[in-house]
Design a protein around this ligand. Structure first.
Ligand code: GDP
Length: 203
């Protein structure tokens, strides 16, 4: 964030008709409730602490997609956390968004680094595979997992990705929003997939 490059909350939407015009390249973040999604988005936006990453965890509270604009470069969408008993309108909103959003460049599926892939994560993977859209897995809260547990979860997920997915990027991103590990590389990758950071050869 800086002068002429503001990171700002744009709007929330419960239906696709309420989404802002698809003017910029976009990325979205999805994951189970409590996976660490708002913490990660706050960490990605740490240079803009004034940006409020809203959390609506009250049961029964309407779940919304929150749109953030990153300068004139891209938009980031915080999708509502999903759970076992996701209401139908929520499922419809997320599915409609993923299928119809033409400026969506990449979906980031957050998985808890301590517990690894859960049943709901598998459902999300099936949905993304069915829609045939490119996505990336991000392992969260890695500071909370012992090295042995983290290694086990990483190897299991890599095996799963290799054997069962078509649209998943083979490289996992490991992050801790508390220790900020992996956050900068993830920022660079987001900049890259939105067309704002070309790779270069070392000189
Ligand atoms: P959300 O529901 O996916 O938005 O999850 P939150 O970001 O609210 O995080 C859920 C809980 O996990 C909170 O108590 C956070 O403080 C904690 N948490 C999130 N990210 C991390 C992390 O990287 N490390 C640790 N140790 N805790 C985290």
């Amino acid at each position: 964030s800086g002068r002429g490059h503001h990171i700002e909350y744009v709007s929330s939407a419960v239906r696709m008709e309420h989404a802002p015009p698809p003017a910029l390249p976009e990325v979205c973040f999805i994951g189970r409730s409590n996976v660490g999604k708002s913490s990660l988005i706050r960490a990605l936006f740490s240079l803009a602490p004034e940006v409020e990453v809203r959390v609506s965890k009250t049961p029964g509270h309407t779940k919304k997609m929150n749109f953030f604009k990153v300068g004139k470069y891209f938009t980031l969408v915080d999708m509502p956390g999903y759970g076992y008993r996701a209401p139908q309108d929520f499922v419809e909103m997320v599915e409609a968004y993923l299928q119809e959003r033409h400026n969506l460049k990449r979906t980031f599926l957050l998985v808890d680094g301590v517990v690894g892939l859960q049943k709901t994560d598998h459902i999300a993977v099936e949905m993304l595979e069915e829609f045939g859209i490119p996505y990336v897995m991000v392992l969260t809260k890695i500071d909370r997992a012992s090295r042995g547990l983290l290694l086990k979860n990483v190897l299991e997920i890599q095996e799963f990705v290799k054997e069962n997915t078509q649209g998943c990027f083979p490289q996992l991103f490991l992050v801790s929003s508390v220790e900020f590990s992996g956050v900068h590389l993830l920022r660079c990758f987001v900049a890259h997939v939105t067309g704002n950071l070309p790779t270069v050869e070392a000189c």
